[in-house]
Write a protein that binds this ligand. Structure first.
Ligand SMILES: O=C[C@H](O)COP(=O)(O)O
Length: 250
């Protein structure tokens, strides 16, 4: 059985005091047996969040990392630095990073390797643009991005990756994919993993849906055969709403 995983992606929101107050609010509530609860926060919040979640089952993730361990890369953060903080997860290849920071599938793949090198679990984002969906290219885009991200990983590593299917047209727009459509694409991604690594890995890998997930629709997504959780932006910013998302995933 795959453990459902709700991951909040705070994007570029929250100061340190706000982040600490959020954890105080959700402690004991966003901790539901059988559901993994993860907050992916801006780098500046990570040390305080690691301290704040001590003694809880809440896990902390970053939203990016550089693929090199160190070097002259002004403004970047490496896997060595994240490991030093003890973060559990890192989001890689979010569509906002692909669009605004020119992250290619090759870079995403290098970052996945960097995460594993430092014992951090990658949450790899894939998903199509609106025009690609309209041109019936959804599966083709997901195939290139998924195979590109996983390229060269061992079966053991591939089984640990969390994949987040996020159709770009559904991110922050309030226009979510139907649960059935999302499940169809996610089943396809699982088939791709099966083709690469076999049935055991395909059955183990967790695949989330992301794109306008809210407390009101999370249960429907979680009721689908292949959806193992959600990567949530806007609705993860309020403690009450985040708690409801985690409760909805059980
Ligand atoms: O990483 C999260 C996604 O970009 C979804 O964002 P959203 O829930 O605000 O649509």
């Amino acid at each position: 059985m795959r453990t459902p995983i709700i991951a909040g992606n705070w994007k570029m929101f929250k100061t340190v005091p706000e982040a600490k107050a959020f954890i105080e609010e959700i402690k004991g509530k966003a901790e539901v047996a059988g559901v993994e609860s993860v907050i992916c926060a801006p780098f500046t919040n990570l040390p305080a969040l690691m301290e704040a979640v001590k003694g809880t089952s809440i896990k902390i993730g970053a939203q990016n990392l550089h693929f090199e361990d160190d070097g002259a890369y002004t403004g970047e953060i490496s896997g060595v630095m994240l490991k030093d903080l003890g973060v559990h997860y890192v989001i890689i290849g979010h569509s906002e990073r692909r669009a605004y920071f020119a992250e290619s599938d090759e870079i995403v793949n290098k970052k996945v390797f960097a995460a594993f090198k430092h014992g951090i679990t990658p949450i790899v984002c894939v998903g199509e643009k609106l025009e690609e969906r309209e041109a019936d290219q959804t599966k083709a885009v997901c195939k290139v991005q998924t195979e590109g991200a996983l390229k060269g990983l061992t079966a053991e590593q591939a089984a640990q990756v969390v994949i987040a299917y996020e159709p770009i047209w559904a991110i922050g727009t309030g226009k979510s994919s139907t649960a059935q459509d999302a499940n169809e694409v996610i089943s396809y991604i699982r088939e791709l993993v099966k083709g690469l690594y076999g049935e055991n890995v395909a059955n183990a890998v967790r695949i989330q849906y992301g794109g306008s997930v809210k407390p009101e629709n999370v249960v429907e997504y979680m009721g689908q055969s292949d959806i193992d959780g959600a990567l949530v932006g806007g609705a993860s910013l309020q403690p009450t709403s985040y708690v409801q998302l985690v409760e909805g995933a059980k």
